[in-house]
Design a protein around this ligand. Structure first.
Ligand code: 5LI
Ligand code: NI
Length: 194
């Protein structure tokens, strides 16, 4: 195996690098990343995106015992920085695959939405059933892995994923949003996302 591949293998993110509930970075507000990003931050964000892709590759996931995910936030690898990566295709076949520095929700709908199956988290080693109310539509500003300042309008599944990741950057876990008294009942007027 050539050196580059060996080097990648030794530095790839695996489940051993994912911190679990109780680790303090999951409950910290993260610091903005100084832009332009350092080589180290760029390398880390690339590795985060690669991990998400690997986690969705049947062979790699089995080989390295990866739990599948559609996003990852830096606090989940013990790094209290405003960085996140996503890799998924939404119900309309739109692909999202990128890393983001300093993502922030600049506007959102009053209307709420939720994934009928609830949400899961690589930092949570248990099932937490319940409706996770999210903003149905959000506008996010961020700087991409390639250094491009973007303004993204999101709805449906994509809006839920981005909110799950941005929550991590604010020390919020998905189950913080579940109504403990009535976890399976969606809020009034909230729409189900297919
Ligand atoms: O922070 C990221 N993770 O914990 C990765 C694992 N969770 C998921 O992929 C996931 C699963 C269901 C709903 C949403 Cl919204 C997400 Cl994000
Ligand atoms: Ni998560």
């Amino acid at each position: 195996m050539e050196f580059a591949q060996l080097e990648r293998m030794s530095l790839m993110i695996t489940m051993d690098d994912i911190v679990r509930e109780g680790h303090e970075t999951l409950r910290q507000r993260t610091e903005n990343v100084t832009l332009p990003p350092s080589d180290e931050d760029q390398y880390t964000l690339k590795e985060m995106l690669q991990f998400i892709k690997n986690s969705q590759d049947e062979e790699l996931a089995e080989q390295y015992d990866l739990r599948p995910g559609v996003g990852l936030a830096a606090p989940q690898i013990g790094l209290s920085k405003r960085m996140m990566a996503v890799h998924f295709t939404d119900a309309n076949g739109r692909e999202y695959s990128n890393g983001y520095y300093n993502p922030r929700i600049v506007s959102h709908s009053v209307e709420q939405a939720y994934l009928p199956g609830g949400e899961g988290c690589l930092s949570v080693d248990r099932d937490v059933p319940g409706i996770v109310p999210r903003h149905a539509r959000i506008t996010v500003k961020a700087t991409t892995l390639d250094g491009e300042d973007v303004k993204i309008r999101l709805k449906g599944y994509a809006a839920c994923v981005f909110q799950h990741e941005i929550d991590h950057l604010n020390g919020v876990m998905f189950y913080d949003h579940i109504n403990q008294d009535d976890p399976m009942t969606p809020p009034e007027g909230a729409v189900s996302v297919d």
